[in-house]
Each structure stands twice: as C-alpha cells, then as structure tokens.
Design a protein. Structure first.
Length: 266
C-alpha cells in the first residue's frame, strides 16, 4: 500500500521529480528518436541508474506493448519507486516492469531495444577506461538495432562555482555547483530545497562527477563498438534559453550553458 504522508513531511524524491524529472518528455524523446533512426517504435526500455524508475513507469503506461527494466545499486530509491510509483500502475502494467538492485556494469538482464542513462548519471564514471567499460556493457545489452541514449551538459558557466535558484510551485529549487577542477574536469554539485516558511534544506542530493564533453562521449562510444553516434542539440528561444526541442546537429551554438543528448547506434 502507498503510505499517506503528513502535510509537512518532506519527501525528497517527490521534490526531485517535480524539479528535475520529466518522464513523459523523456519517453517521448526516446520513442521518437528510435523511430527516426530505426523506422519503428521501440518496445523494451532499460533505464540505467534508474533511482525511483519514474521513466520505466511512464514507459509501460504509455503503450500496452511496452516493457521496462530498471537497474540501480541503491535500494532506497528503488523501494521508494515500488511504494509510490509502481502502485500507481495497473496490474497488467506492473507485470511489464522489472527492477534490479545491481550495478549497470554487471547486471544480467534481457536484451532491450533502448538503454537510457539520463539525468547525467553516467558522469559518476570519472575515467575514460570506466566510461568505455560501461558503454561496452550497454552495447552487449542491446538488441541488433538497439540505441543507447544519454544526456549531458556543459558550457563556460559549468566551469565555475555558482548556485542557481528556481521557483517551482510552492518551493524553491537550488542547483549548486560547489567547485570545478580544470585539470581533471571533476565537479561537485548539490541540490537544495526550500519550502515557504521553512529553513533551506541543504545538500538533499549530492553528485561527485566528471564533466564529459560531447566529443569525448561520442569518441568513447565508438571505441566501445557502437557503429554511429549522434548529437541532439537543444534549440533556443528568443531570449536565449533552451526551448526543450532537440534535433540532430553537428554544429552547436556558442552558449553559456547547454544540455544535449548523445545517441549511440548498436
């Protein structure tokens, strides 16, 4: 049973989803990109570093033939997803979704049409050797026409300490870049939240990452055995902000900060 929360209880995963995730948009991009490159719709998705596996849930909800596999090492978000998101699905949808508490480097699961590693999760691999190893393992987990889809971000503003604040509904979301090492391209990030009338909740989530460039990601995918790679670059509004629309491109605009997808073809 889904546990009912008190009015003032702080649910960090619920706030994370509101501030950071867009499962519906992610699933639409995954399906449309596969259709563009392969000519058909994918049916089996694997969500690596899945956390609460919100994307998996949306995937099986979006089509009666869709199946999903979620993989994550941390039992806490997996349990949260089982108690809060899985319970929102119909029994027939739940039956098409499997989760595994395991490493994405060693998990033994069926092959899939698409593997998605989103929210910059693979940035935890700090060496070229480890990232290539992950991409090789992902390639082994794909069917013959499978795709690996990852997202990435960067730009000059991501090479300095800073904190951005965004108002979302009745709370404030803070994305803090604590530091940046120009020699190793390692950076430390924190997510903070503040609800009205309450103190700021510091370091609700923390990420110790290496900032990979698009060129590096594509090169390492090819080294791992992918046949082709593509960059999907975000368009811009008149004010210079991203418009949420991503299209294949080989030339990107010079901008202070950017978000992009990289897709590898098996």
């Amino acid at each position: 049973m889904k546990r009912r929360k008190s009015a003032r209880e702080f649910d960090k995963y619920a706030y994370y989803r509101k501030a950071v995730q867009s499962p519906e948009m992610d699933c639409e991009f995954i399906s449309d990109t596969y259709k563009e490159l392969r000519g058909t719709r994918p049916r089996v998705l694997r969500e690596d570093f899945c956390g609460t596996f919100a994307i998996c849930c949306e995937w099986v909800r979006s089509h009666k033939d869709n199946k999903a596999i979620g993989i994550d090492l941390d039992p806490e978000p997996l349990n949260y997803g089982r108690q809060n998101y899985l319970t929102e699905l119909k029994p027939v949808q739940q039956a098409r979704l499997k989760t595994y508490q395991a490493s994405v480097l060693t998990a033994q699961v069926p092959k899939v049409d698409v593997i998605a590693a989103l929210n910059f999760s693979f940035y935890l691999f700090k060496s070229r050797l480890m990232l290539r190893h992950y991409f090789k393992q992902a390639l082994r987990g794909l069917k013959g026409k499978g795709l690996l889809i990852v997202d990435c971000f960067g730009g000059p503003s991501c090479m300095e300490a800073q904190e951005d604040k965004t108002k979302i509904g009745g709370f404030l979301y803070f994305w803090e870049q604590k530091n940046f090492n120009p020699i190793t391209h390692e950076a430390l990030f924190h997510i903070h939240f503040k609800r009205k009338g309450e103190a700021k909740r510091e370091k609700v989530f923390t990420y110790d990452w290496r900032m990979w460039s698009i060129a590096e990601i594509r090169e390492i995918m090819m080294e791992a055995g992918f046949t082709r790679t593509h960059c999907y670059w975000e368009g811009t509004k008149r004010n210079g902000d991203g418009n949420g629309e991503f299209k294949r491109a080989e030339d990107g605009e010079e901008c202070d900060a950017w978000v992009s997808y990289v897709v590898g073809e098996a």
